[in-house]
Ligand binder design. Structure first.
Ligand SMILES: [Zn+2]
Length: 457
């Protein structure tokens, strides 16, 4: 294992040489990958073919590398807003086509494996940055009904390749923890089951062994942050169906990592995981491994929230209560899906000692007051921004009314929560409501929370 770990370290620490520079954020579209596909066509080591088209006519491409006996098929982004692995695939293709100290490894891959890659299976979903395709069908629940052209294409390609290993690359909610811990499940794996009994077939056993290997080598970089995805049989999902046909399927879910909203560190982990897996398959090392590492991996648990404030005092009808408040922030697309804003939600109130927050504060002794709405109405955002937020916070205001009906683009740095004229509400501490609070100590405003983000007064 030591030599394996040395190798994976070299892959991880040399990543910047191969990182595809045209991606720096996770909201990119089909038009962003087309020039990369064109560039790959000029390389001698790859053969590229158009596999087919999406509902809206966007090309879905298949990239092939190597001439070895063992076949590996990787596909990404069948959910349009799950782009992390697509970036990692193009990083990996840059690595494969380079010429340097890793040439022996490239030779091993080319001679032992034939690798097929289908990045961005759902380009229409990527365009809207949505999970589903443009028919609003979830492609990973279409493996049995097979109604979407993207699903048919994936299945036809799978049938032609008859791969030994398949990598189904996804992205999961950042609020999953690795077991009952405060560690986000940064990567979660699954050897998809073939039936409700979770029978361990030969192909599934190989998936489990390979995942166990990845768990061990990747734990050096993110100890305690790797989990197992829930292993219920899903007859409509591709991984489960492909596993049943005898291909060893590895589902990789990229999750959360603190202060990595654009998933660039997780992208690097994906890249490292994929190259480590290819080496393990090329050298047939998985055969001698056991399934126990996989079996002992912690499951994803839902123990995380974006922000938790603890031990605050809340007054109701003159009685004081001590509570924790848990807040999540929902990423919401703006019009062109290039940008997004957060819409916060009060997720839970009470004793949250079994939960962890990405941001987690003990505000013992402070009084929580729902933020009030400033009475004057504004015509535009520009007018409202002339206000001094600190003065308003001091008076208990967190919300402003803008008559023009501009959508709430409340971001991390925006000082107020915008309420449209017709939506004006009286402040309340209520599950499901937006998190706008003033936190007072000795009658002074000490902290402010606007749309789920902590601000200093
Ligand atoms: Zn997914």
């Amino acid at each position: 294992m030591t030599s394996e770990i040395d190798f994976v370290n070299r892959i991880f620490y040399s990543y910047e040489h191969y990182k595809e520079p045209s991606f720096s954020i996770r909201r990119f579209k089909h038009a962003n990958i087309l020039p990369l596909i064109e560039r790959l066509k000029r390389s001698e080591v790859f053969s590229i073919s158009k596999a087919g088209e999406s509902v809206q006519g966007r090309s879905i491409n298949l990239i092939k590398f190597g001439n070895g006996k063992a076949k590996v098929f990787l596909w990404s982004q069948m959910h349009g807003d799950e782009s992390t692995a697509t970036m990692a695939i193009f990083d990996m293709l840059n690595f494969i086509s380079a010429y340097d100290g890793f040439n022996d490894f490239r030779k091993l891959l080319a001679e032992s494996l034939t690798i097929y890659l289908m990045p961005m299976v759902n380009p229409d979903g990527a365009e809207a940055f949505e999970r589903r395709n443009s028919l609003q069908i979830d492609l990973n629940r279409d493996a049995a009904a097979m109604q979407s052209p993207e699903s048919k294409l994936l299945k036809e390609t799978f049938d032609k390749i008859k791969a030994d290993f398949g990598f189904n690359l996804h992205y999961q909610n950042i609020l999953y923890s690795a077991g009952h811990t405060f560690n986000p499940a940064t990567l979660s794996f699954l050897a998809p089951p073939v039936d409700n009994e979770r029978t361990i077939t030969n192909s599934r056993s190989n998936s489990m062994k390979l995942i166990g290997y990845l768990f061990e080598v990747l734990s050096n970089f993110i100890p305690g942050h790797i989990a197992k995805y829930k292993d219920d049989f899903e007859p409509r999902a591709f991984g489960d169906n492909f596993q049943r046909e005898g291909t060893s399927i590895i589902l990789i879910e990229s999750g959360g990592w603190k202060d990595d909203p654009e998933k660039q560190f997780i992208r690097k982990l994906n890249y490292t995981a994929l190259l480590a897996a290819l080496k393990c398959i090329a050298e047939r090392k998985y055969i001698n491994l056991k399934t126990d590492v996989y079996e002992n991996m912690p499951f994803n648990e839902e123990d995380l929230m974006d922000l938790i404030i603890r031990n605050v005092t809340y007054r109701n009808n003159g009685v004081e209560y001590k509570i924790d408040v848990g807040i999540t922030r929902i990423e919401t697309n703006s019009d062109n899906a290039k940008e997004f804003y957060y819409q916060s939600v009060i997720e839970d109130i009470g004793d949250l000692s079994t939960f962890f927050g990405y941001e987690d504060y003990d505000f013992e002794g402070m009084e929580l007051l729902p933020g009030k709405t400033f009475p004057k109405k504004f015509n535009s955002l520009t007018d409202a921004l002339k206000l001094n937020p600190h003065e308003l916070y001091g008076q208990g205001f967190t919300n402003i009314i803008i008559d023009s009906g501009e959508e709430n683009k409340s971001q991390k740095n925006f000082p107020f929560y915008i309420i449209k004229h017709e939506q004006s509400k009286s402040p309340a501490l209520k599950i499901g409501e937006v998190a706008n609070f003033i936190l007072k100590l000795n009658d002074k405003t000490r902290h402010v929370i606007v749309n789920g983000f902590l601000k200093e007064p």
